[in-house]
Design a protein around this ligand. Structure first.
Ligand SMILES: Cc1cc2nc3c(=O)[nH]c(=O)nc-3n(C[C@H](O)[C@H](O)[C@H](O)COP(=O)(O)OP(=O)(O)OC[C@H]3O[C@@H](n4cnc5c(N)ncnc54)[C@H](O)[C@@H]3O)c2cc1C
Length: 351
């Protein structure tokens, strides 16, 4: 069997890459084992235009956010699903300092952020002492719906192989690859944190970090908003809410911890005025990078091997744009943005 590209991984990166490659008329095979604890399965699916304790504008967000919006809307149409919602994040300031930082940001530049003056409405749901701000537009992506529907789509086209990819089944030739009995022009790794263990990419400055979240049964909270009070509360499905997250740089495994559960339950009890029940505790590793920029493109010394990775905390906004950029590179030779292009690591990637 012969195809244009083999893609390893069907998280948000592999989903977007296979979508754009097919859209441009290429043939693909996607290899994915399905891991319910992969980053894309565990993520809350938020695209937030500001970041950090000073609410600075996220890198390239003016380009990334409208691009992502169009991409998810096009997928909604193609797959006949509802996966993107434009919304606002109601930010309950945790301390006086945080309130001041938010007000300062709103005074300097009120694109995306503004302070709420009438906050009475929220007293029936939440306990808070330092005012409320709003961040908008924020987008909420139903990642699990997208990933499972796209998986079915690939299955129907008979272009998904559900198995653990193994390098033992990969053979490289000068301008092609063979995976099992499939010959292709190139293989592209969209395998999240697992890419760190590939001999081709293990020298890249990955800096994975672990995130945990609780799934809560919490009926009666208005679902048209997202909420934050240190921890975020994001609508999950039906009356379930996603509550998280943590950013751990040092950990021995990617499993849920008692420590996170206890701390988060306590915080929620102090914040929420309504009863809630813990339904599930999830955790995963974000494929983050030291410089907080993605890894996109073909290996400088193995041009038939590519990567689309390093999306860290921002897979929902980065994956559509950089998947498209990689497809433009592969099919039309367009250069990839220097800050994201893998060839910036030419020296360290030398075999
Ligand atoms: C708790 C948490 C909350 C988050 N919240 C957000 C958020 O709100 N917004 C946002 O934009 N980002 C968020 N993120 C980050 C986001 O999840 C990641 O940036 C994104 O999911 C990375 O996608 P990926 O496709 O690169 O990797 P992954 O999602 O890890 O996908 C990799 C895929 O490769 C497959 N795979 C790996 N190895 C193999 C193999 N050997 N054989 C076969 N298949 C294989 C896996 O099964 C998986 O399907 C969050 C992450 C976490 C952990």
């Amino acid at each position: 069997m012969e195809v244009d590209y083999v893609i390893v991984g069907q998280g948000i990166a592999g989903t977007m890459l296979s979508y754009y490659l097919l859209q441009q008329g290429n043939t693909v095979i996607v290899v994915d084992e399905f891991n319910p604890n992969s980053a894309s399965q565990v993520a809350s699916g938020v695209i937030n235009p500001v970041t950090g304790r000073r609410f600075v504008t996220t890198w390239m967000i003016e380009t990334l956010m409208p691009f992502a919006q169009k991409a998810y809307q096009a997928l909604e149409k193609l797959l006949n699903i509802s996966i993107i919602q434009q919304t606002q994040l109601i930010d309950f300031h945790t301390t006086q300092q945080m309130q001041q930082a938010f007000q300062q940001r709103a005074n300097d530049d009120n694109t995306y952020v503004s302070e709420l003056t009438n906050t009475n409405h929220w007293q029936q749901y939440f306990q808070y002492a330092h005012g409320i701000g709003t961040i908008q537009p924020v987008f909420h992506i139903q990642l699990q719906t997208l990933l499972s529907t796209w998986r079915n789509y690939l299955q129907q086209q008979q272009i998904l192989i559900q198995e653990v990819f193994s390098l033992q089944n990969l053979t490289l030739s000068s301008n092609s690859i063979t995976y099992r009995n499939i010959k292709a022009k190139a293989i592209i790794f969209c395998n999240g944190v697992q890419a760190m263990h590939l001999p081709y990419f293990n020298k890249l400055p990955f800096a994975p970090n672990k995130g945990e979240a609780l799934i809560l049964y919490l009926p009666n909270l208005p679902t048209q908003y997202l909420y934050k009070h240190g921890i975020s509360l994001i609508p999950w499905q039906n009356d379930l809410w996603w509550a998280g997250s943590s950013y751990e740089w040092s950990y021995s495994n990617a499993l849920p911890t008692q420590n996170f559960q206890q701390k988060t339950m306590q915080q929620l009890q102090q914040w929420l005025k309504m009863p809630f029940q813990l339904q599930q505790h999830i955790a995963s590793e974000r494929p983050a990078t030291l410089e907080r920029r993605p890894f996109v493109g073909m290996h400088p010394y193995f041009p038939q091997i590519g990567i689309l990775n390093g999306f860290g905390t921002k897979g929902c906004s980065l994956a559509p744009y950089f998947a498209y950029a990689l497809v433009q590179h592969l099919t039309n030779g367009h250069p990839i943005l220097a800050e994201a292009a893998i060839n910036r690591f030419q020296k360290i990637l030398q075999p």
